[in-house]
Ligand binder design. Structure first.
Ligand SMILES: Cc1cc2nc3c(=O)[nH]c(=O)nc-3n(C[C@H](O)[C@H](O)[C@H](O)COP(=O)(O)O)c2cc1C
Length: 342
């Protein structure tokens, strides 16, 4: 079992924050598919949280079924991160994660994210202030973690040292995305370097992240790096059942992917339907639901042969009612065996 301070996760598999994609409906969808040990909000601006920005509050939304839920914050030493972390504790966070990896200019040029990898001493002091505030505010109930990259560039491989320093001030787990900031998302994640971070810390768990697109990759990452948990991002956007499959493999004495059962087309259609329903149930605007499902149907559709007309209907839909009609019709045809390959 993966333990992060006082929190014991049911599986060592984590859904990565992916800004614009891992909102509450998607987190719930992945949880319902099975195998998710922890899911987090996308990165939240500490000032925007405290100013009550409607957009940020929507991003911070959680609910009883979204459990356990991490809330990820970003900011720099001048930002009210400790206060925002306490706000998050009061609004349902079971874990606070500090973003030390975002490479996007808007964040990393001045506000935080990967910028925090450039001055590790200052970052450790900042993390210590957050840890102390959360410890006091939650009575030790809520752990604080950090998600980092290897370093800004290959000349600055700071992750092992930073992880060890963060451990010494009370950070209770680190996630390492095996890329440099300058890489953004290109090239391959360097799992060997993740292994070096595992060797650098004393007791806290290290969660490996980067390029897991098949359930079997989870087994390989655990073996190759010695990490304690695995975080999956882009791989889950196409196949939200990847956590269930990876968890099934982890429970096999000899993990063998040929024993995994690919969901039937009907189950995938029901999943698309559920995603749409969750967006509505959670009160997201029609505009957001339309935008999300157009994108998602394109991604989910890649493993749904015979659904080209459905994908086209989603792509051209001008309202959610049209999407509902299209999916219900497709579910009915699917039931009667009318969907073929192609
Ligand atoms: C579009 C996009 C948005 C992302 N947003 C966040 C974010 O809000 N917080 C964060 O820590 N990482 C973010 N990431 C990084 C992912 O969490 C993850 O570290 C990265 O995609 C590598 O994992 P993967 O190969 O499993 O996708 C983002 C990645 C992408 C592609």
């Amino acid at each position: 079992m993966l333990r992060i301070g006082p929190l014991t996760l049911k599986t060592p598999l984590l859904l990565a924050p992916i800004a614009g994609h891992c909102d509450l409906p998607f987190r719930l969808l992945c949880r319902e598919q099975g195998g998710v040990g922890l899911a987090s909000t996308d990165l939240l601006n500490s000032r925007a949280i405290l100013n009550g920005s409607a957009k940020t509050l929507e991003l911070a939304a959680t609910c009883a079924a979204d459990d356990p839920c991490g809330m990820q914050l970003y900011g720099n030493g001048d930002d009210p991160l400790p206060e925002a972390a306490c706000w998050a504790v009061d609004h349902g966070a079971h874990l606070i994660d500090i973003n030390m990896g975002c490479p996007v200019d808007k964040v990393a040029k001045k506000h935080g994210g990967s910028l925090l990898l450039r001055d590790c001493s200052a970052t450790t002091l900042l993390a210590e202030r957050i840890v102390k505030a959360v410890e006091r505010h939650s009575g030790g109930r809520v752990p604080v973690t950090a998600k980092m990259r290897l370093g800004w560039d290959p000349e600055h491989f700071v992750a092992p040292r930073l992880a060890r320093d963060l451990e010494s001030i009370g950070i209770q787990a680190v996630t390492v995305h095996g890329r440099w900031t300058v890489q953004f998302f290109s090239g391959k994640a360097d799992w060997a370097r993740i292994g070096e971070v595992v060797n650098a810390v004393r007791d806290i768990p290290v969660i490996g992240n980067g390029d897991i697109t098949e359930p079997m990759h989870v087994i390989s990452m655990l073996r190759e790096t010695g990490c304690d948990g695995v975080m999956i991002g882009r791989g889950a956007l196409r196949t939200p059942w990847i956590f269930r499959h990876a968890w099934e493999l982890l429970q096999m004495q000899t993990p063998d992917p040929t024993f995994l059962r690919e969901p039937e087309l009907h189950e995938k259609l029901m999943m698309v339907r559920r995603h749409l329903a969750l967006l509505e149930e959670r009160g997201y605007s029609e505009r957001h639901a339309l935008h999300t499902m157009k994108l998602r149907m394109g991604w989910y559709g890649k493993s749904m042969p015979g659904t080209k007309p459905l994908r086209e209907q989603f792509r051209t839909a001008s309202n959610v009612a049209e999407m509902w009609r299209a999916i219900e019709e497709c579910v009915l045809i699917g039931h009667s065996g009318g969907l073929g390959a192609g």
